[in-house]
Design a protein around this ligand. Structure first.
Ligand SMILES: *Cc1c(COP(=O)(O)O)cnc(C)c1O
Length: 417
């Protein structure tokens, strides 16, 4: 009964072009990545790996396989062992975790004029569940952008708070909702950089709104931290913002190239999270060696090598956007479009699920790994290639992607229509 039911549902997803397949990376996260492509049946799982050129990771600064970060991880494991042994509140909170929280707080201190504190979490998903559930009590309204990350949406659903979703980046609509709001506590919740579109939230206007309406601003900066702003301090620094009403969630598995997440905010907020946030309490602390690797990564990010890597990333972004703009201008009516994005996330909108999947498949045939992102991850009718760039990409590699996309536009059999 259950199996029949699920088989039918799976069949339906397949028919809608929504089936997902996991490719197997056979090496460290780098632009040139050997990949195995198992079929959906077990017999095909012996496919030999092929070298692929990948435009799909969130390793924006190329730190996931950086020798200094890898060495810190190995050295950390030799010093602290493999596992932490327990949750943070039992006996899993080690000196390495403590040092990491303090180093992150020192790096980001300029964003809080009156002082702030950092609390680590196992993943960004957990940190967002923690924030939404621990702060979103029955006296609170959560105002969330419609395109926020799934973890914020799930967290808001779990919270006891009232939830109001506002249209993407529509500050005017948000303000009307704030004016109507009757609860004593208000949290505006937004991605700093939107994960499937690469555009920025208008954080300057959102913080001004928060200050005007006695609300707090929660910023999930998974894709901005390390990449944007002075010393890589992220989206808030990009806008030159600072303020007591900021609550920042940063992840450590993207530009940092490791794993984990943290929240930084007023010390009272952080103490409340430490005392009450279940996704922080009822889970084993991350291996201390990960904290050592993240410390090494932070040293790179905040220094001159970080500046050089951010500049290299910006150059690749410019190259890709200029190349795509030229291609689209040469093929008016091709149905593709390239929305505004100044970040490492570059969405090439295709629209139809099957066409997006077919284009990704065509790129794969040419040795390029660019994921097609389809509903429900993005709204219906906005299937896209999500091209992500890294400081580790070379100009020739971006040029190769542009050349293959150009061929797809010219060849009607494999092209957009
Ligand atoms: C990736 C991501 C998360 C989740 O972070 P993990 O550490 O991968 O769990 C949260 N928010 C946004 C916007 C993300 O892109």
């Amino acid at each position: 009964m259950l199996i029949d039911h699920l088989s039918q549902q799976l069949q339906q997803r397949r028919a809608l072009g929504l089936e997902r397949v996991r490719r197997i990376a056979e090496g460290p996260c780098r632009p040139d990545l050997p990949v195995s492509w198992p079929g959906t049946n077990a017999d095909a799982a012996t496919d030999a790996s092929q070298p692929m050129l990948a435009f799909c990771s969130n390793d924006y600064l190329g730190l996931a396989a950086h020798p200094a970060v890898v060495e810190a991880l190995a050295e950390g494991a030799r010093r602290w062992g493999a596992g932490s042994g327990a949750s943070h509140l039992v006996c899993g909170h080690g000196r390495a975790h403590e040092r990491l929280e303090q180093a992150l707080a020192g790096w980001l201190a300029p964003l809080w004029p009156e002082g702030a504190r950092v609390l680590g979490f196992g993943t960004g998903y957990l940190a967002n569940l923690a924030l939404m559930t621990a702060l979103g009590d029955a006296r609170t309204t959560l105002f969330t952008d419609r395109l926020n990350h799934a973890s914020l949406i799930d967290g808001a659903q779990l919270a006891r708070a009232e939830v109001r979703r506002y249209p993407h980046n529509r500050v005017d609509r948000l303000e009307s909702m704030l004016l109507e709001c009757a609860t004593p506590l208000k949290l505006i919740v937004t991605d700093g950089v939107f994960s499937m579109d690469g555009d920025l939230a208008p954080l300057d206007r959102l913080l001004a709104l928060a200050e005007r309406h006695d609300a707090w601003l929660v910023v999930d900066d998974a894709h901005g931290l390390g990449v944007l702003g002075e010393a890589g301090r992220g989206s808030l620094a990009h806008f030159g913002l600072r303020g007591r009403r900021l609550i920042l969630m940063g992840t450590l598995g993207k530009a940092f190239g490791v794993a984990g997440a943290f929240v930084m905010a007023d010390p009272v907020i952080v103490e409340w999270l430490l005392q009450t946030a279940r996704p922080g309490i009822y889970t084993t602390a991350a291996p201390p060696a990960l904290a050592e690797a993240t410390l090494a990564s932070l040293e790179i990010i905040r220094g001159p090598e970080g500046d050089a890597r951010r500049a290299a990333l910006q150059a690749r972004i410019r190259q890709l956007r200029e190349g795509l703009a030229a291609l689209l201008a040469a093929h008016p009516g091709c149905g593709w479009s390239l929305p505004e994005s100044a970040t490492a996330i570059q969405p090439l909108l295709i629209g139809d699920n099957h066409r997006a999947a077919a284009l990704a498949e065509r790129l794969h045939q040419a040795g390029l790994w660019v994921p097609a992102i389809r509903p429900p991850t993005v709204p219906e009718g906005t299937a896209r290639l999500r091209i992500t760039l890294s400081a580790a990409h070379r100009p020739e590699e971006v040029a190769r992607l542009l050349a293959v996309l150009g061929q797809a536009l010219q060849d009607p059999a494999g092209g957009p229509r």
